[in-house]
Design a protein around this ligand. Structure first.
Ligand code: UFG
Length: 343
């Protein structure tokens, strides 16, 4: 609640920076910890421009328990939101130990430090990847978690278990895992957004970089799936809406409203949109033509997934509200902002 102090790990990253803005605007004090492996310190300036408040910042790595522990010693922390993790699916297949090492150890250290310092509330970034290809759509929180298709996906599943088991074992400890569907878009100010490292893997940054001319042509990975237009279907969630879900989850725990010590919520729109629909909507709302071609399927892609967010709607009092058109406009505004900085 207002005035509480939240430690945001990975707070200069894509979802972390947007969530920091929403937390500050809701009256929380934010401390960011980030090792800057996939983000830039300059994001702090942009957060300050948007909110008028500069969050405290520690350049620390959650896997370094000793140094990370200083953050807890030096601050009175009420809750933690844990974003910091490695997240590239392809890289995780090539370097599984990096992913198991980073993602599992970070969470385990964090839980240990929270216990030592009497901090009893955590929101964990999980993913709809834990559902794999669900047999029944939309996926609900009760849908079975399937065998992960990548080491990255497996770390999300194992981290959920580490959190659940720790909460069961230790008293005075609550946690909420948010299973994100596909986060896209940028802040309406266009001052913060997604900053992919190298050539993007994800659809929307690939689209915007193609539109601006950094990349030549978008490949649509397959139009022969068993879907209405043959391309894959996802539940694209606006990053600002997603960020607000974190504030709602924190408030639920801090206001003592959690019904169980460990809770899980789908964070999505409840609507499936195809890759081709995203491309067409992007062209329409931004008044441009995108250079794209249909190519073969991408190995490991899920054909179709979207989630049922009604549990989050009901229990968190949260609902995705930004229309897809606005989200896609914000993604393009962000890409243009980046281009203007490079001039
Ligand atoms: N796509 C293309 N061309 C591209 C990039 C993507 O056609 O250049 C298509 C994909 O085939 C897929 C859709 O756009 O159908 C979305 O792809 P993304 O890579 O943006 O997202 P994914 O759903 O594949 O992966 C995301 C996250 C993962 C997470 C997964 C959970 O990036 O971290 O959701 O399902 F594990």
């Amino acid at each position: 609640m207002k005035g509480d102090t939240v430690l945001v790990t990975g707070g200069t990253g894509y979802i972390g920076s947007h969530t920091t803005v929403e937390l500050i605007e809701a009256g929380f004090k934010v401390i960011i910890a980030d090792n800057l492996s996939n983000s830039k310190e300059g994001v702090l300036d942009d957060i300050e421009k948007i909110t008028g408040v500069r969050p405290a910042f520690y350049r620390e790595d959650c896997t370094d328990r000793k140094n990370f522990g200083k953050i807890f010693k030096e601050n009175g922390i009420d809750a933690v939101i844990h974003f910091a993790a490695s997240k590239a699916v392809g890289e995780s297949v090539r370097e599984p130990l990096k992913y198991y090492g980073n993602n599992l150890l970070s969470l385990m250290n964090l839980i240990g430090l929270m216990m030592e310092n009497g901090v009893g509330n955590i929101v964990f970034s999980s993913s709809c990847t834990v559902y794999g290809q669900p047999k029944v759509l939309p996926a609900t929180e009760e849908s079975p978690r399937l065998e992960a298709t990548s080491p990255y996906g497996n770390t999300k599943r194992i981290c959920e278990d580490i959190l659940r088991d720790s909460i069961t074992a230790y008293g005075n400890f609550r946690g909420i895992a948010l299973r994100y569907f596909n986060p896209i878009g940028a802040h309406p100010s266009a001052l913060i957004g997604e900053l992919p490292n190298g050539v993007p893997n994800n659809l929307v940054p690939y689209i915007t970089q193609t539109a601006i001319g950094k990349l030549e042509c978008l490949s649509i990975f397959g139009d022969d799936y068993d879907t209405p237009d043959g391309s894959c279907i996802r539940d694209y969630i606006d990053v600002v809406d997603l960020s607000k879900a974190h504030v709602a989850a924190l408030n639920r725990m801090l206001d003592g409203k959690s019904e169980k010590p460990y809770e899980v919520y789908n964070i999505g729109t409840g609507r499936g949109v195809s890759t081709l629909e995203i491309v067409k909507a992007f062209e329409k709302v931004n008044g441009l033509k995108l250079n794209y071609k249909i190519t073969g399927r991408r190995k490991g892609d899920i054909e179709a997934i979207w989630g049922d967010p009604s549990k989050a709607n009901r229990e968190l009092g949260w609902k995705a509200s930004r229309p897809l058109s606005e989200t896609l406009r914000s993604a393009w505004a962000w890409e243009k902002h980046l281009a203007s900085l490079e001039k």
